[in-house]
Every structure is written in structure tokens, then in C-alpha cells.
Design a protein around this ligand. Structure first.
Ligand SMILES: [Zn+2]
Length: 236
């Protein structure tokens, strides 16, 4: 079975309980001895590793890992701060923003995202597209191609989470959120319009990405009632 590790919780002295997603959805299993670096399966003790695994149904609460063959690891010889925080970001949003049954739909995108992240110097387009995909799977649709009220493509002046997308000059109300620059609004547009995350190559500076991600964070706090740690890491 092909899986992507989302998180590892230490259990007893040297065992780990692994939360992962597979093409069939969420899966949790016990991996004995993986906290010991000499253990043959210790490489699985790493979030966002992709592996082919075999499990044994035993007498434990969870199935037990029998063999693991690692097909991808996100670790590089030098890991920059923003590379690591983008990995943490992707792991945390996947784990917390999706229902179990929705995780089936993100599996391929997650595999593509972590593999692309490893090979690029600019993590931001990937992070933004990934978050957009996740929100879309979770049922949040935003209008990013025209005014959400009147359908015009001209004089778009705001992106409003409350209204569900772009708002044109004529449809602006006094209290419509208007705190993103044109470039930042176009980033949101590119994020939702990029169909395949492997094609997430649009221009995006760290500064603009962080402003946009903070807006998404406000939306996540309001809509999901969640405060995600990964957003604090990006702001450091
Ligand atoms: Zn309008």
C-alpha cells in the first residue's frame, strides 16, 4: 500500500503511532522500534515521507507495520527555514482541514506537492495552490474570475472571503474587505485556477505569499474555528 506519512506520535519507548493517508483514505498504524535510528523501518519516522508498506493485523488496537520501502523523503542535505516551514504547513493543513473521507481526494496532489517542493527554490506557489485545492475539496468555492455579484471582469478592486470572491468597483460596499494589493489578488486567482500542482510556477514573492496566507489564516480561524501553528511559523 502506498502511503504518505502525516505525523508520528511516540508510543512507549521506541515505537511510533503513524497517521498517514493512502489512496483509500486515512490510516493509522503502529510502527515498532522506529524511534531507534538503527531500526530497519526508522526512515518512516519522518512527516511527508512517501512509502510502500505492508501491515499485519495483530492483537493491537492498530495494524502493525511489517515492511516499509521509502520511495520519497522530503529531507535534503540542506533544509532552509522556509522549506521546512512549508512542509510543516502542508502537513498540518492536510491533517486538520480535511475530513477523513476527503483525504482520498488530496492524496495525489499531496504526493506531487512534496515532490515538487523538494526541487524548487520557491515554495510559495506550491503552498498557495495546495491550500486552494484543500479548501476546494472541503467545499469552499471562491469566485476568482469575475465579480461575485455582477459577473463583470472589469475593475475588480477587492477579494472578499465574506462575499466569496472578487468584488468590482460598482459592487463595493463601505465595509467590503479591501486590504490586498492587485498582485496579491492575482496570486489568489492563480492559486485557485492552477489545475495541476505540478504546474504551480507563477511568480510569487515571499512577502506577498505571507500576506495572502495570513488572510487565509483569518478565514480558517473564522470558518473552522482552528488556530494552526504553521501560520505562526511562516510569520517568523
Ligand atoms: Zn460587481
Amino acid at each position: 500500500m502506498k502511503i504518505i506519512v502525516l505525523s508520528i506520535t511516540q508510543y512507549k519507548e521506541k515505537d511510533g503511532i503513524i497517521d498517514a493517508i493512502s489512496e483509500q483514505g486515512s490510516i493509522t498504524f503502529l510502527a515498532k522500534g522506529i524511534m531507534d535510528p538503527k531500526n530497519k523501518n526508522s526512515a518512516i519516522n519522518n512527516a511527508l515521507v512517501i512509502a510502500d508498506i505492508e501491515l499485519n493485523e495483530g492483537n493491537y488496537k492498530y495494524p502493525v507495520l511489517k515492511t516499509a520501502s521509502i520511495t520519497f523523503t522530503p529531507m535534503k542535505t540542506s533544509n532552509s527555514y522556509y522549506y521546512l516551514s512549508s512542509l510543516l504547513f502542508i502537513g498540518e493543513v492536510t491533517k486538520t482541514l480535511l475530513q477523513d473521507e476527503e483525504k482520498i481526494e488530496i492524496f495525489e496532489t499531496l504526493a506531487d506537492a512534496v515532490q515538487k517542493l523538494k526541487t524548487t527554490d520557491n515554495p510559495w506557489p506550491i503552498v498557495l495552490v495546495y491550500l486552494a485545492k484543500l479548501l476546494t475539496i472541503g467545499g469552499y468555492e471562491f469566485e476568482v474570475n469575475q465579480c461575485v455579484f455582477c459577473g463583470t471582469k472589469k475593475e475588480i478592486v477587492a477579494f472578499s472571503f465574506k462575499d466569496g470572491g472578487f468584488v468590482c468597483k460598482n459592487c463595493m460596499e463601505v465595509d467590503t474587505e479591501r486590504d490586498l494589493s492587485k498582485t496579491q489578488m492575482l496570486l489568489i486567482r492563480s492559486a485557485f485556477n492552477t489545475k495541476d500542482i505540478k504546474e504551480a510556477n507563477f511568480e510569487c514573492t515571499k512577502e506577498d505569499a505571507i500576506v495572502v496566507l495570513n488572510k487565509f489564516n483569518e478565514f480558517i480561524v473564522d470558518s473552522y474555528g482552528l488556530n494552526l501553528k504553521c501560520f505562526d511559523l511562516l510569520n517568523k
